[in-house]
Structures are given as C-alpha cells and as structure tokens.
Design a protein around this ligand. Structure first.
Ligand SMILES: [Mg+2]
Length: 178
C-alpha cells in the first residue's frame, strides 16, 4: 500500500489538479450495495471493514481511503454523490468508516439522477464544473454528469490509483497547461 501511495503522490504532482474530486459510494468507494445490507447499527472493525446488524463484514476497496487522504493533502476538496435509496443508512456507513471528516459538508445522498447532486456541490463550493472530477462504477451516472462539463472516470472494479491516473490524464488534456 505504501508503494501505491508513493505512486499516487507522483501522479498528483505531475500537473494541474482539479479543485473538487467527487466519488460515488456503492461499488466505487466500497464493495457492496448499501440497500442490500441488513442495515444499522454498523460497527467499525478495521480501517477497511465494518460489520452490519446481522454481523456481515462489509468492505471498503483497499485504496479508497488512501486516495481520499492524498487528495486532501493536495488541498483538493473531496465530496460524495450517491443515489442510494437508503440515504440515512448510507450516511451512517460513511460515518462508521470515519470518512465524514474528509468531505466537510459535501455529502450528497438521495435517489434520482446525479445532476442535482452536482448542482448542489457547485452551489456549496462555488467551484465550476470544469474544475471537478468524478468517479463512478455506473455508466449512466457518468453520462449525466459529463454533460455538465465534469471530467468523469468509469471505475467498473471500484476506485483505484489506476483510475485516478486515467482521470487526471483526461482532466489535464482538457485543461490548458499552467
Ligand atoms: Mg455505484
């Protein structure tokens, strides 16, 4: 993991950075659909695992937390945009994993298209859409959000340093060099 962190630091230093990085939750940050779990109370088991009411262990993808931390270290704001049909449970999972302090108040969780999520993030931060990047495992969300001008990255196997590298390459190609 430390090798992946060093690799990510190098990728971040390789050029222009966005002002806001937004992440889907189910199957992007963690490896489960929250509405398919037994629900709260959730209990933290380790940095990357929590346990639900039934005792089932739920996993975060191994590089998710490190990626959020390194974005924050570079002064990139971090936010979540989820269409979870169980918003209270999902917020609870974010809290139990200890991720809430990383996103300030930028935690948009409600069903429907993700356009309102991004409009709200823009309203809260004043950051233009073309200074944002977005990671999601579902193509339809990327189609909706890319129409706003956000640089979007498909993560069919969840968030990883490889996906961050691809996304920043696309972002830097779109933007003029510093
Ligand atoms: Mg998802």
């Amino acid at each position: 993991m430390e090798r992946q962190r060093a690799r990510l630091k190098q990728i971040l230093k390789g050029g222009r950075l966005p002002k806001l990085a937004v992440f889907d939750l189910d199957y992007t940050i963690w490896a489960f659909w929250n509405d398919c779990t037994a629900g709260p109370p959730y209990r933290k088991e380790s940095d990357l695992t929590i346990v639900d009411r039934s005792g089932e262990v739920l996993h975060m993808y191994p590089e998710s937390r490190m990626i959020l931390e390194e974005f924050r270290n570079e002064n990139i704001k971090v936010g979540f945009a989820s269409r979870s049909p169980v918003p209270k449970w999902t917020r609870n999972v974010v809290e139990t994993f200890g991720l809430l302090p990383l996103v300030d108040n930028l935690c948009e969780i409600y069903p429907g298209s993700k356009e309102p999520h991004f409009k709200s993030l823009h309203k809260k931060t004043g950051i233009p859409f073309d200074e944002m990047i977005f990671f999601d495992d579902e193509m339809r969300n990327l189609v909706d959000v890319s129409k706003l001008g956000v640089t979007c990255q498909y993560c069919p196997r969840g968030l990883s340093v490889d996906e961050v590298e691809k996304c920043l390459e696309a972002y830097r190609k779109k933007k003029k060099p510093l």
